[in-house]
Design a binder for this molecule. Structure first.
Ligand code: SF4
Ligand code: SF4
Ligand code: SF4
Length: 320
């Protein structure tokens, strides 16, 4: 009976010696030398550590924050001194970690709330990308361990207070005011996390910090309502400002109405440009100024009602 070819090859491999013994006496010593060299090669990596400076950092005794790369995405902070209240960050966050309550009073944008839920944040950085003033930014701070999750809601407007949005000055051009050292604000927000978040008080652990003076009321995410009467009441004032209804007058009034943050959310780089294209009739969409909200849209509508001679209350569609 003939043995299959593959079986014979397998048997030959099994029977072959593990160490080749060709080369006689010199071959034998060559192999010993080779084995020793291989061991030393491997151990050289290990031995080199005896000569190197140790890299181990005794964290948390030794802080590591400063050794992190500059673009590290740690806890977020917002410098409210340069926040324009444009709300671009809130709109950019894909998982709604940011909550801003803002309303327009006269020509100012007033924020009564600017919260970031760092417990929910996935550190994607999408909120800091559209910020026109780099007010919101990631820091190198990363320590967020806490027994109370709510303490990770960073409140940049202290409960019960309001902050007026920053307005870049035209004469400053692109120059921004000085901002605080990166990380300082995040550390403060983290420390105040317990004070500013009432849920923590419910636990009865109020041993070391004083309670906030005013109770924080969580607002529902309902769209802000526009007071139609107060907008309509501006008709006389707007008519006066529009005067002969020249393009320049229309531009000036629209420029006054838009939110004035130069955030670019409307698709135009500045408020001037959006106002100009509306005034010239090149841009028909009058609801692009998101930071101004419904009130700004209603006021712009009123301008066009006046220009088109429509009475108050008429349905106002942009004319082609
Ligand atoms: S880093 Fe991402 S998830 Fe966190 S607040 Fe910003 S956009 Fe939202
Ligand atoms: S200025 Fe920056 S931080 Fe302030 S609301 Fe706009 S995007 Fe957010
Ligand atoms: S007009 Fe445009 S640039 Fe100006 S605040 Fe509104 S969205 Fe921002």
């Amino acid at each position: 009976m003939s043995v299959p070819e593959t079986t014979r090859e397998t048997d030959a491999r099994i029977e072959a010696p593990l160490v080749e013994t060709t080369g006689g006496f010199s071959g034998y010593f060559k192999k010993i030398f080779h084995a020793g060299k291989t061991v030393l090669d491997g151990m050289s990596v290990t031995f080199s550590h005896f000569l190197r400076k140790p890299q181990t950092i005794q964290y948390p005794e030794v802080p590591v924050t400063n050794d992190l790369p500059e673009r590290y995405r740690g806890l977020l902070e917002v410098d409210m001194d340069i926040c324009t209240a444009c709300m671009a960050c809130e709109r950019a966050c894909p998982i709604n970690c940011i909550k801003i309550d803002m309303k327009k009073v006269e020509k100012s944008l007033i924020m009564s709330r600017f919260d970031i839920d760092m417990a929910k944040c996935m550190y994607c950085g999408l909120c800091s990308e559209p910020c026109p003033t780099a007010a919101i930014r990631h820091t190198k701070e990363f320590e967020g361990a806490t027994p109370i999750l709510e303490s990770l809601i960073f409140r940049f407007v202290p409960p019960g207070e309001s902050i007026i949005g920053y307005k870049p000055k035209k004469e400053d051009g692109d120059k921004m005011p000085d901002t605080r050292a990166k990380g300082e604000i995040a550390r403060e927000a983290r420390a105040l996390g317990y004070t500013f978040n009432p849920a923590w008080y419910a636990t009865g652990l109020r041993l070391t910090v004083s309670a906030p003076k005013k109770k924080v009321e969580e607002k529902k995410d309902a769209a802000p309502k526009v007071d139609a009467t107060s907008v309509a009441a501006k008709r006389g004032e707007f008519e006066k400002k529009l005067g002969d209804k020249s393009e320049q007058k229309v531009f000036k009034l629209l420029r006054e109405i838009v939110a004035d943050t130069d955030c670019g959310e409307c698709g135009y780089p500045t408020c001037d440009e959006y106002s100009q294209v509306m005034a010239s009739g090149k841009e028909k969409d009058r609801s692009l100024c998101k930071p101004g909200g419904a009130e700004t849209a209603a006021e712009i509508d009123l301008v066009y009602m006046i220009l088109e001679g429509k009475p108050v209350g008429a349905k106002n569609e942009p004319t082609a």
